[in-house]
Write a protein that binds this ligand. Structure first.
Ligand SMILES: [Zn+2]
Length: 504
């Protein structure tokens, strides 16, 4: 909880109350909504903040804020139009020690030359560098990095990978696919982890979020979160779903959810399968573009049954990653045969068979889905599934209709973190410039009210809390928005337990 009681504050604008926009003013006192007033009636002597729109605080229902912070902290080489431009960005990398970066693409450079370790020497000044190509399938490293890893002309190519070599056999400093793993930058220290989470959390608050459900948190991430909270440096709430092998998960089993302030440990994250793009999603029939393949099953039934019982005993939640239709069915089947009824979420819920849809409500399973994935996967999803099964995929409106509650999120940093992009991808309100594209299934479009519910009451219900509302007595967690002439929302700031944090 923020320490000092925040000063009273009035917010004026269009208020999202009872699922419609109403002009008015909210008076905040003591961290709560004290009054809701019609326009022009704001109390004297209380500072006023004007926003175009005021919503309950938006919560991203599935994300990885430390991963986002790590990504933001790496050298960004995207968009470099030449080798020289990439080198000058390397030369300006702050700090000392390893330079970690990503995003270079030699296809954009004159003559399309692979870069080399030698070229890096002037810019890296002896620092070890590990720079991933834009597609993640190649690393460009410096001579110091080659030396530290003990890679030399005599090093053989590993299975599934290649070390590029000069005609005389010397390594060029480019590693392809599995060869990328021959060099491992050092593991992050506790200070690195704290910095990563702080950076990710600040970025999310800047985007207008007041909270996030952190999926697959390890003990180091929890430790970083608690340190930041103790220091008063956490700008949004974190609800953590711990990795099953973590000490945090063991504590959930022993004594249930804990945390009273901004950091709460509420459940365990499990994985039932992989991802669709890499054909790891577990399907009940063969991939359309890979006959004989049905993806990966990564969670034995016995383990799932055991976690359902433990979660029921400990009164904590389970969030199970399930992208393929077979994985979704495994989770529903486990729920069906178990007497245990802990809060249970189906993370991603990307492909759900028609006969399984109706089981969601009956079995009280909460789908948690990320509308941007539907957009980002569009180029290849139908190759994987074929036209018949595409109708079972990204069926957001069906999930909303068939489930007792649901959660929307981004899966940041895999997808973009801006909640407005997630809301738009769900409702597919196009704006000038053509993004988001018209979806393949207009009937799966959500209304604005449905999408906002997925960022407000949905995430609250999933963790057994009351959602923030713009009603007297409610906790003052709010998102404030500026709307541009194209109708796009930009964060104007957030209010966390009554304390205003304007966006930059
Ligand atoms: Zn995720």
């Amino acid at each position: 909880m923020p320490n000092a009681a925040p000063q009273p504050l009035t917010l004026e604008g269009l208020l999202w109350r009872r699922e419609r926009w109403t002009p008015g003013a909210l008076v905040l006192r003591g961290g709560r909504v004290a009054e809701v007033l019609p326009p022009g009636r704001s109390p004297r002597g209380v500072p006023v903040f004007r926003a175009d729109r005021v919503t309950p605080g938006l919560v991203d229902g599935h994300g990885h804020p430390s991963g986002l912070g790590r990504q933001l902290g790496r050298l960004d080489l995207r968009g470099c139009a030449s080798l020289d431009e990439a080198l000058s960005r390397v030369a300006s990398a702050p700090g000392d020690g390893w330079i970690l970066g990503e995003g270079w693409d030699q296809e954009r450079w004159e003559g399309r030359p692979w870069p080399t370790a030698e070229a890096l020497e002037g810019s890296a000044r002896g620092r070890p560098c590990y720079l991933r190509r834009v597609d993640g399938h190649a690393a460009w490293v410096s001579e110091a990095a080659l030396r530290l890893a003990g890679l030399a002309p005599g090093t053989p190519d590993p299975p599934g990978g290649r070390l590029l070599r000069h005609p005389d056999g010397r390594l060029t400093g480019v590693l392809l696919d599995t060869a990328m793993r021959l060099i491992r930058p050092p593991r992050p220290t506790p200070a690195d982890r704290e910095r990563d989470l702080a950076r990710g959390a600040a970025h999310l608050a800047d985007l207008g979020l007041t909270g996030i459900h952190v999926m697959g948190a390890g003990d180091e991430e929890l430790a970083a979160a608690l340190l930041l909270e103790a220091r008063g440096a956490l700008p949004l709430r974190l609800w953590l779903y711990a990795l099953p092998e973590s000490e945090a998960a063991a504590r959930l089993v022993r004594s249930g959810p804990w945390g009273q302030g901004l950091v709460r440990v509420v459940g365990v994250k499990l994985f039932a399968d992989g991802a669709l793009g890499s054909r790891g999603a577990w399907l009940s029939e063969d991939y359309a573009d890979a006959p004989g393949e049905r993806g990966l099953s990564t969670l034995p039934d016995e383990a799932l049954d055991l976690w359902l019982r433990r979660a029921d005993d400990g009164r904590f939640g389970l969030a199970v990653h399930a992208i393929g239709d077979r994985a979704a069915r495994q989770v529903l089947d486990a729920r069906e045969r178990s007497a245990a009824r802990p809060p249970l979420r189906l993370e991603h819920a990307q492909i759900v068979r028609p006969e399984d849809l109706g089981r969601l409500r009956r079995l009280a399973v909460t789908p948690s889905f990320q509308p941007l994935h539907g957009h980002d996967d569009r180029a290849w999803a139908e190759d994987r599934l074929g036209p018949r099964r595409m109708a079972w995929a990204y069926r957001w409106a069906d999930l909303v209709r068939e489930a007792h509650s649901y959660v929307l999120g981004s899966d940041l940093p895999i997808a973009r973190a801006d909640p407005w992009e997630g809301l738009s991808a769900a409702t597919r309100e196009p704006w000038p410039g053509g993004w988001p594209l018209a979806g393949p299934m207009p009937r799966q479009r959500l209304t604005e009210a449905q999408a906002l519910r997925g960022y407000t009451t949905g995430p609250a219900q999933a963790v057994g809390e009351r959602g923030p509302e713009l009603e007297p007595g409610a906790r003052a967690d709010l998102s404030l928005w500026r709307v541009d002439s194209a109708g796009r929302w930009h964060s104007a700031g957030t209010v966390l337990h009554g304390a205003l944090r304007p966006s930059p």
